[in-house]
Design a protein around this ligand. Sequence first.
Ligand SMILES: Nc1ncnc2c1ncn2[C@@H]1O[C@H](COP(=O)(O)OP(=O)(O)OP(=O)(O)O)[C@@H](O)[C@H]1O
Ligand SMILES: [Mg+2]
Length: 269
Amino acid sequence: MPKKIIADKVTKIFPTPRGQLTAVEDFSLEVEDGEFVCIVGPSGCGKSTFLRIVAGLIPATSGNIRIVLDPDSEEGKPLNNIVFQEYAIFPWKTVKDNVAFGLEMRNVPKEERYEISLDWIRRVGLTGFEDCYPHELSGGMKQRVSIARAFANDPEVLLMDEPLAALDAQTRAIMQEELVRIWESDQKTVIYITHSIEESLLLGDRIVLMTARPGRKKDSFQVPFDRPRNLSLTSTPEFAKLSYTIWESLQVEVQRTLLVGSQSPDECV
Ligand SMILES: Nc1ncnc2c1ncn2[C@@H]1O[C@H](COP(=O)(O)OP(=O)(O)OP(=O)(O)O)[C@@H](O)[C@H]1O
Ligand SMILES: [Mg+2]
């Protein structure tokens, strides 16, 4: 498979009032076209920073990011779309208009954008709520709107930063299964950040572990489970075994994060 995202030795140093803080260091990642890569790492290790650099929201201090364009991509197609942890949807727009927002920005004609929007609303199970406003929806429903919006916009790559973290455990389980289903029917190239090893094993083709800050690449695990997947996978012995192997590698980093001083700028550590 051709490469779709190439991140080469990305480093990010933030100047802070208490000195420089290296959030990400020499982090390289190559994602294939249509691959779903999960990044897992301890809190504060630089995952969101890396994703924001890939999205072009902030510059890297050094290193490069390249997103390889689809050769038959239509003009104006967005390079990436990011789904944040908090549901970043417009409170003054209906579900239908929120999902169609990216298409509207690209001047897709009204009829066509509503057709796409309604199709995605159906795929995330929100049919009947097209004309509702966000305040009329539950947290899980709002998150489905932001996921539908990201897919509807058909970006070259999808970047997701803990999109399910704000949900309760049951809603989250249902949404994980929905995400698996959506992704399996529309294989986008995805970088997905999560704290949950189980979630990454259920969703991902590959899991990349980051070290405690400054975030470097620690390990990479290929996820061997067949697709289509559903939640029943999580109760198999193979799942439990791989989950524990990954946890063994991650826990050292989590412990390092909890050490006094690990959250301070570089000079203070
Ligand atoms: N704009 C900023 N200015 C200064 N420091 C920042 C800035 N953004 C992030 N940081 C620091 O960079 C480090 C990495 O932050 P980041 O948000 O990328 O971590 P994370 O891995 O996403 O953590 P979490 O899992 O808790 O979301 C942290 O120490 C944070 O304090
Ligand atoms: Mg984060």
